[in-house]
Design a protein around this ligand. Sequence first.
Ligand SMILES: Nc1nc2c(ncn2[C@@H]2O[C@H](COP(=O)(O)OP(=O)(O)OP(=O)(O)O)[C@@H](O)[C@H]2O)c(=O)[nH]1
Length: 203
Amino acid sequence: MNVTGVVLAGGKSRRMGEDKRFLTVGEETLLARTTSVMAQLFSEVLVIIAQDSPPLTVSGCIVHRDLIADCGSLGGLYTGLARATEPRVFVVACDMPFLNPDMIQWFVDRDPAADIVMARLPAGLQPLHALYSKRALPVLERMAITHALKIQQIASEPSLHTTVVLPAEWGERDPRAQSFQNVNTPADLDAARAALRNRSLPQ
Ligand SMILES: Nc1nc2c(ncn2[C@@H]2O[C@H](COP(=O)(O)OP(=O)(O)OP(=O)(O)O)[C@@H](O)[C@H]2O)c(=O)[nH]1
């Protein structure tokens, strides 16, 4: 479908206090959960790690190091987009325990003419469950150079066509917005594990 899947996995996990990628939710680590959903959808899946990260191997994925250092998730997105062999990428964070393949597919199909497809949540735009075309690369590069690292700001870039998906649209598919949740703290991790246990209970 001319889209590369990108999983950002180069964060410092400061709020968690230990490397989030290898914490388990259910049977699998967060990194294995996210990459296995992406591998169901995309024939090329890239995992982007920090420049100073120890080596990492992820089954079925190609691992790249950040091309630019110290630019946080924006640097990871830039690297994924630059390294992708397809003209567009769908990017997620490695700490999203409830990625939904149908929802991702729906985002990918939502507006083939757009340079960016991003959800608006009640708290604001969610740039790490989003589609980007390579046309966004020069803008991301400029943002990195000027250290304007809030990826959401790309949505108001006049040279790019951004489609914002509103809660009224995605909410039909995922009323609890679980697709967009990420795990930052030990309390978030406990909540994700509890949500998974509740899901597996017979209704
Ligand atoms: N490749 C890459 N990914 C990053 C970088 N910084 C953050 N990420 C990823 O971007 C996503 C969101 O990161 P955050 O949760 O905001 O940051 P974090 O560093 O993981 O956690 P904190 O240290 O608690 O802020 C996660 O998937 C991170 O692994 C980076 O410098 N490079």
